[in-house]
Design a protein around this ligand. Structure first.
Ligand code: AFD
Ligand code: MN
Ligand code: MN
Length: 396
């Protein structure tokens, strides 16, 4: 195949970047601020626009309603600022975990006031989505308990079911709901949506426009994520991904920094599903990272380029040959078909694609040789001081 044969696959592999990935964040043990970090939605969209200009792969930006839409600011104004930076507002992420009222959960809380506030917030988020032209409403719930006996797990299940159904039906026909799962943290005894099976169950019960969101960092050690992805795809329940990598838990490390072969196998299952005729065009590829130590824009660009490389490698798998080896139960032959693609050098194809788009051949090198970071390091502390802010806005 010629390099240009792969261009359509790269064109369609668009990766949404998170506004929160450009702001200062930390862990529960502290936050290390960066002078160049974004602290306003304008700065986050400026950074997202830069990543898109350098990579050519990130036309949409995921927003977190609590951090990106201040009361009284018209959401369509935010959409206009995004357009000025060459990007669009993508998925709307409600925040159902930081307000004090959510101490015992949001829509699953025994506290009815919390459940009502959660519903009002979600209805507000749906209106924001209408104003920004977003078609994804992406839910992550911290809901859960910390001790055995703390609450009635099945009562919580029924509250979650009722809420998601109500919210699903409140969405415009053009909107899809993504239900994310996570085995633990911040809840340490049980999380109400703890795994892919529960997320798929809740999504199915909510309605036809509810799908599962797979955050690659949200699995217990040893989980076979590509198996989960293949299964959800075959059930037409895969809504999309939050890309990051992990060594121990939900570490939010740069995608592929710990286990690139695992990411490649996920992408191989997607390409296999596509070869079987499954429509994979609606799968939302999104990044969910907010690095405590790495410079924000560099880390985001690393993830984007890594995702493109691993996806392209998965596109190289000779699946006809693979099926042949599988049919003959030739384990080594089958495995070598995957390994051959994984170890292939896809940089020539990527560079040809970038050249055809007028993009920098090495986006990260171009960024590091530019004055983009230095300019932000000079301007942004002054901006924060002028606004009377201390560094560190954004994540908890
Ligand atoms: C945290 C959660 C979850 C969520 C993200 C953005 O673990 O991944 O999607 O915040 O709200 O990483
Ligand atoms: Mn996530
Ligand atoms: Mn997470």
């Amino acid at each position: 195949m010629n390099h240009s044969d792969f261009f359509p696959l790269l064109d369609e592999f668009q990766i949404e970047i998170p506004s929160w990935g450009f702001a200062d964040t930390g862990t529960r043990f502290g936050k290390f601020t960066q002078n160049a970090a974004a602290s306003t939605i304008e700065e986050k969209l400026e950074d997202a626009g830069l990543v898109h200009r350098l990579s050519g792969a990130c036309p949409t930006v995921a927003v977190h309603v609590l951090w990106d839409f201040k009361a009284g600011i018209d959401p369509s104004e935010t959409a206009r600022i995004a357009a000025q930076n060459g990007v669009q507002i993508g998925s709307i992420n409600p925040n159902l975990f930081q307000d004090q009222i959510y101490k015992f959960g949001s829509c699953t809380s025994p506290n009815e006031a919390a459940r009502q506030e959660a519903t009002q917030h979600v209805l507000d988020c749906i209106e924001i989505g209408r104003a920004t032209g977003s078609d994804l409403l992406s839910f992550w719930f911290a809901d859960g308990t910390n001790y055995p006996g703390q609450d009635d797990i099945i009562a919580r299940k029924k509250r979650m079911e009722a809420a998601l159904k109500q919210w699903h039906d409140a969405m415009p026909e053009t909107m899809t709901m993504l239900v994310e799962y996570k085995p633990f943290e911040p809840a340490f005894y049980h999380t109400d949506i703890a795994d892919w099976g529960m997320a798929a169950y809740f999504a199915r019960k909510a309605g036809p426009r509810a799908k599962v969101l797979v955050d690659t960092g949200h699995h217990l050690p040893g989980a076979n994520i590509e198996h989960i992805v293949a299964f959800l795809l075959d059930e037409e329940m895969l809504g999309g991904f939050h890309f990051n990598d992990r060594k121990y838990a939900d570490d939010d490390l740069t995608l592929g920094s710990i286990d690139p072969y695992a990411v490649f196998r996920i992408f191989h299952e997607i390409r296999s599903a596509a070869d079987r005729g499954t429509d994979v065009s609606k799968v939302a590829y999104m990044i969910d990272q907010s690095h405590n130590l790495k410079p924000k824009i560099e880390a985001m660009l690393q993830t984007v380029v890594t995702a493109q490389e691993l996806y392209l490698k998965a596109c190289l798998v000779d699946r006809e040959k693979l099926a042949n080896f599988q049919g003959k139960m030739d384990i080594v032959g089958a495995e070598e078909t995957l390994r051959k693609a994984f170890y292939a050098d896809v940089n020539p194809i990527l560079c040809a694609w970038r050249e055809s788009k007028g993009l920098p051949l090495d986006p990260l090198k171009t960024l590091r040789e530019s004055d983009e970071i230095a300019r932000r390091e000079g301007e942004r502390p002054q901006g924060r001081a002028a606004r009377g802010e201390v560094a560190g806005g954004g994540y908890a």
